[in-house]
Write a protein that binds this ligand. Structure first.
Ligand code: SAM
Length: 256
């Protein structure tokens, strides 16, 4: 019998990784309800504000969202929006709607996540006009694709794929008209830590080999040897969620 790889393609392990999507959106929803930053759309993905989070958590999320947005907005400004953005492991992220409201949308905004997360996100979009209206407003024809597994419009596309399966990822991005000639920003916000260093490395190399003009924003945990890091690892392990890439999160140097 073929032995299973420790971190890949195990349903239980993947399910625990998918559950981190809810952690992120619940914490972001709480922090925005307390005014740490403004997000008009988080409420449509997480209805209840939920239980109180410690200030350290709210501040951490503030820094995370602010840092990523600063770099993303600088890229959009530099390219004058003549570019693409690919959010890897996007979860229930609401950036597309912010960019639309601020009138700084890239040519096309792609998101990738596991099929069950994508299905949930698409369901929210289909059933909530404040989410679907901006999407329809940015679409010119009547050929909008919106099924259980993917969404494709002129400016926004959500793809179901496993980031560890690069041939399928590439096929799907091509199917939805990604243009390798355009400057492209790849974004992974707390995602690569759930993949082995080899899998992350292949993904980053694929980006470098495929897109002549690209930028990669990777927001990841570091200093995992301190008390905060230990508690985070313990909490996730209790939920059977292994951080397959944690060895590279010991310091900024190891992450680089
Ligand atoms: C901690 S959540 C972060 C979500 C979002 N980036 C954010 O910051 O709000 C990690 C996300 O990465 C996704 N993810 C992790 N490994 C993945 C893989 N191999 N393929 C596709 N998505 C993956 C999970 O499903 C989850 O939605």
């Amino acid at each position: 019998m073929a032995s299973k790889q420790p971190y890949t393609y195990s349903d239980t392990a993947d399910e625990a990784v998918r559950a981190t999507c809810d952690d992120a959106s619940i914490c972001k929803r709480f922090a925005t309800s307390k005014g740490y930053w403004t997000d008009l759309y988080a409420q449509y993905f997480v209805r209840q504000v939920g239980e109180r989070k410690a200030p350290e958590i709210n501040r951490g999320y503030y820094g995370r969202v602010k840092g990523v947005n600063l770099l993303l907005d600088a890229f959009l400004e530099k390219t004058q929006c003549d570019c693409q953005v690919v959010n890897l492991g996007a979860g229930l992220d609401t950036t597309f709607w912010r960019l639309k409201d601020e009138n700084i949308m890239p040519k096309k905004f792609f998101e990738v996540d596991f099929p069950t997360i994508v299905a949930r996100k698409i369901h929210h979009i289909k059933t909530k006009p404040p989410l679907s209206k901006p999407l329809i407003e940015t679409h010119s024809t009547d050929s909008l694709l919106l099924d259980g597994h993917s969404l494709d419009s002129d400016r926004y596309c959500i793809i179901s794929a496993d980031l560890r399966d690069l041939p399928t990822l590439e096929d799907k991005l091509k199917k939805f008209q990604i243009n390798p000639e355009l400057p492209t920003l790849f974004l992974s916000e707390c995602v690569l830590v759930y993949m082995t260093p080899e899998q992350s490395s292949k993904l980053v190399h694929w980006v470098a080999d495929t897109f002549p003009t690209a930028m990669f924003i990777n927001y990841e945990q570091v200093n995992m040897n301190d008390r905060f890091g230990h508690i985070m690892i313990e909490n996730l392990q209790r939920r059977q969620c292994n951080l397959a890439g944690v060895d590279l999160c010991q310091s900024l140097d190891s992450q680089v």
